[in-house]
Design a protein around this ligand. Sequence first.
Ligand code: NDP
Length: 253
Amino acid sequence: AAERLAQKVVLITGASAGIGEATAKEIADAAAGDVKLILTARRKDKLDSLSDSLIKQYPDIKVLTTELDVSKTDTIQPFLNGLPEEFADIDVLINNAGKALGRDDIGTILQDDIEGMFQTNVLGLIALTQAVLPIFKKKNSGDIVNLGSIAGRDSYPGGGIYCPTKAAVKSFSQVLRKELINTRIRVLEVDPGNVETEFSNTRFKGDLEKAKKVYEDTIPLVAEDIAEIIVFGITRKQNTVIAETLVFSSNQA
Ligand code: NDP
C-alpha cells in the first residue's frame, strides 16, 4: 500500500472527527508518512491537533489544515485556488463530511434541518467533486471516495431526509462512475452501518442520553473500521474499482 500512496495529495472533508479523522490517521500509517494530507472541516482547532499528532509520529509528512464548510458551496473554488503549490495537484478526494439532524417524522421535520442535510451531504459533496474533477481529468488520474450509508439503501421511520440525502450520494456516485468509464479516475462509495462517532450526538442535537442509546445492546463499528476499508479501496491496482462497499457490524444485519 505504501508505494501506491507515496507522495499522493489526499483531500479529506470532515477530518476533525470520526471517520474523517480516522481515515487521515490510517492513510498516514499506510503511507508511513510519505503522503500529503489536506485536512478540512469547520473546527480548525481539531484539525490542528490532529495535524500535530501526525507530524509528531511522521516528521516528514506534509499536512495542511484548512477551515472548509462544504455547505457553503461558493467557498469551495476559492479554497482550491488558494492551495499552496505542493498541495494543489490533488490525487484523492474523500467526501466524508456529512450529518443527520434529528429523527423527526416527515410531518414535523424542520425546514432548517432539511436544508442543512441536503446542503452538506449532497450539494456540498457535488460542488467539491465538480471543482476537483478538472484536476483529475487533466492528468487522467484520481480517486473519489464518497461516504454513503446503509441509510441510502434501506430507509427507516425518522430517516426522512437523511435517507434521501444518502440515496442521492449513491445515485450521484453511479452517474459519475459511468461518465468516467474508460478513464483512470475511480469513484468509490463506502456505505457504513452504525459507527460510534460524534454522528449520533449531532443527530440528537447534543442530547447525549439519546445519542448513547443508539449503541446500547449493539457492538457498533468504530471509525477505524471504515477508515481501513477506504484505504483498502484507494490502494488497489488502478484498474480495480471497489465501487460500493456496504459495511456493518455483525449484530446489525
Ligand atoms: P461525525 O459527526 O463524527 O463527523 C462528521 C464530520 O463532518 C466532522 O469532522 C464534522 O466536522 C464534519 N462536518 C459536518 N458538517 C460539515 C460541513 N458543513 N462542512 C465540513 N465539514 C462538516 O460523523 P461520522 O464520522 O460518523 O460521519 C462521517 C460520514 O459517514 C458522514 O457522511 C456520515 O453521514 C457517514 N456515515 C456515518 C455513520 C455512523 O453511524 N456514524 C453511518 C453511515 C454513514 P466539523 O463539525 O468540524 O465541521
